[in-house]
Design a binder for this molecule. Structure first.
Ligand code: SAJ
Length: 420
């Protein structure tokens, strides 16, 4: 099983680091992306996302000729698909990017090639992908037709890397390998073992698909527990962070941290894939999503209550008031705004239209379009000196570095317990 050329479709938060990891092992890697700007950036040795240590690996791989990007698939020995799988209305998964990526590579497939789906997908997607390919290439034999003797090997191998620590976790984490046949799994293991230090754990494609959804649903349910506790504690006059710290001293209790909600393209999305396929059975998973999704609105109600206190206790008029939102990204020390509850809270505040809304976000240089007309990006120093109300939304390192004692504002809504 020699993989001379490896193709990676989708050069985003997962595809780009994965392509770079193969290229760093001196494999010829072709990255495919529909976005010409992304392709051009990468071919100049730069990256379009923020991820520690990634740019250096990409730059070296491009300079040494192991990695190039293009918009059209070309022949390769292994094809990885790492395109987005968002959801549409009613939280139904949108598989159109997976389908488009699959159909685009179909014409360049040849006997002996390996196709791996990495995108988070509902159970059964890998079998569906195999059907799409079989329909497009009747000249080739696929696993669902001939089992072990197929011309094309197909597997589902989900990524499980944590944004912000991708270059470490990509190499170190164990990898679930769900081949359509044992031969497919063996090929996929051989491919990942080019850079993997963790173990390849082999299963079938459907279990691997469910495993990915399960991991993120587990985390979502556990964060929902923390978020529900934070609502209850606010009502009971209890410091939720103190409570969790104490409860976690029990040897079998490990409660996660509350926040403004749950964001990112994974945990806020993937559990819905289980709910969409199992609407009657997935009660806890659905409720966890609802608890986490409703948290930004609860935060807004807290902000409104504090602002009412502020107006009652100061000489300010509502129009003179300044509310500073600290953080917009979906978690600390990244630039990713996808499904960000912090962004949602800031938008709700800005559209509430009381006084001025300021935003402090050290990882973003311009406000997203939907906020630009309603809010203003300011420095942390400026917000700390001038704002009337502070809303802590993301525990960025710059915010944690501020000593809470130096914060003079009386009206603070701290969703992350940073300045307790
Ligand atoms: N969050 C909390 N409280 C916590 C932990 C997280 O409110 O105690 C929030 C974060 O602020 C963020 C959201 O949850 O808004 C998700 O952040 P995260 O750090 O839990 O996860 P992601 O989305 O960055 O990455 C997850 C990881 N999955 C698990 O930990 C089970 C990662 O391993 C997956 O590879 C990734 O999803 C993915 O791509 O699916």
């Amino acid at each position: 099983m020699i993989f001379e050329t490896i193709s990676v479709t989708g050069l985003g938060y997962i595809g780009l680091p994965t392509a770079a990891a193969f290229a760093s092992r001196k494999k010829s890697v072709i990255g495919i992306d529909i976005n010409q700007q992304v392709v051009d950036t990468i071919n100049r040795g730069h990256i379009h996302i923020v991820e520690p240590d990634l740019e250096q690996v990409v730059q070296t791989a491009v300079e040494q000729g192991y990695f190039r990007a293009t918009t059209q698939p070309v022949a390769a020995d292994a094809f990885l698909i790492a395109v987005p799988t968002p959801f549409m209305d009613e939280h139904v998964p949108d598989m159109s990017f997976v389908r488009a990526a699959t159909m685009a590579l179909a014409p360049v497939l040849k006997k002996g090639d390996l196709v791996i789906l990495e995108s988070t997908s509902p159970v059964g997607t890998t079998e569906q992908l195999a059907e799409w390919l079989a329909a497009a290439r009747p000249d080739l034999r696929f696993p669902q037709q001939v089992g072990e003797h197929s011309d094309i090997y197909i597997a589902y191998c989900p990524e499980r890397v944590l944004p912000g620590n991708v270059m470490v976790e990509l190499i170190k984490n164990d990898r679930v390998i769900g081949g359509m046949t044992p031969a497919c799994s063996a090929r996929a293991c051989a491919l990942y073992n080019l850079f993997l230090e963790g173990e390849c754990v082999v299963t079938d494609a459907r279990t691997a698909e469910m495993c990915k959804l399960t991991e993120n649903s587990f985390r979502d349910v556990n964060i929902a527990f923390a978020n529900e506790l934070s609502l209850i504690c606010a009502e009971q006059g209890i410091d939720v962070w103190e409570l969790i710290r104490l409860a976690n001293r029990h040897p079998r209790v490990n409660i996660l941290q509350p926040g403004p909600g749950v964001g990112g393209h994974c945990i806020a999305v993937d559990p819905w894939f289980i709910v969409a396929q199992n609407p009657i059975l997935a009660r806890l998973i659905r409720t966890a999503r609802e608890v986490n999704d409703s948290k930004p609105h609860w935060v807004l109600r807290q902000v409104k209550a504090r602002v009412a206190d502020c107006l009652a206790e100061s000489n300010l008029r509502a129009s003179e008031l300044t509310i500073a939102c600290l953080g917009l990204t979906f978690k600390p020390d990244i630039d990713d705004l996808r499904e960000s509850p912090a962004l949602e809270v800031a938008q709700l505040i800005a559209h509430w239209n009381v006084g001025a809304t300021w935003v402090v976000e050290p990882n973003v240089h311009t406000l997203p379009r939907e906020m630009a007309a309603k809010a203003q990006l300011v420095s942390l120093e400026h917000a700390l000196q001038q704002a009337d109300v502070l809303v802590m939304l993301v525990d960025h390192k710059q915010f944690k570095a501020v000593n809470g004692v130096q914060v003079t504002q009386r009206w603070i809504i701290d969703t992350k317990g940073v300045w307790r």
